[in-house]
Ligand binder design. Sequence first.
Ligand code: 5GP
Length: 196
Amino acid sequence: MHNEDKNLLVILSSPSGVGKTTLTKKIQQKYSSFKISVSHTTRTPRSNEVEGVDYFFISAERFKEFIKESRFYEYAKIFENYYGTLKKNVDEMLKNNDLIFDIDWQGTKQLSKFKNLNLIKIYLITDNKEELKKRLVKRDQNSPEEIEKRFNAFEEDIKHWSDYDYVLINKNLDVCFKQIENIILLHKKKKIHLLS
Ligand code: 5GP
């Protein structure tokens, strides 16, 4: 089977606070074929997070067992915690759905090695770093130290933009959503065309 015949895996990566989570949820709400890939993490849940919806929260011991057993398509250590995508979950959901991944550049590199996956890699950036800091503070999900860490990771993170198929500047959420929709529809059209 050619990659084009398969369901899409859309990766959205960005520095913290660029709006990736909001955009991911908007795509899923508008396109019922899309499901969000739920990662496993060793991070402590935030007060608004739900087990199995935002993440599967597991211990570092369990996570390391999963690594040993090669159960991840990809995983990374980010801000002192592990995050990873289980092969089983992805393969199961891909049978009937397109998938969206909210993962970082390290995970994107690892997923790119699986040539059998029909990946679209999108990197989101902001043209306004001060705005980014305001958003990180406003969303009130991290301690001041964590906000500082996430803000400082910006420069390192954006070095990896060239590993992606598309780089979008999120100046306006609605415009950015439209751009993502256009990218998805373009790839969907290709698929329909190839199947007909
Ligand atoms: P947060 O702690 O804010 O939820 O996520 C921190 C970072 O981890 C974000 O950049 C997010 O994209 C990334 N992330 C979340 N899940 C995964 C995953 O399964 N794999 C990788 N590589 N990164 C992830």
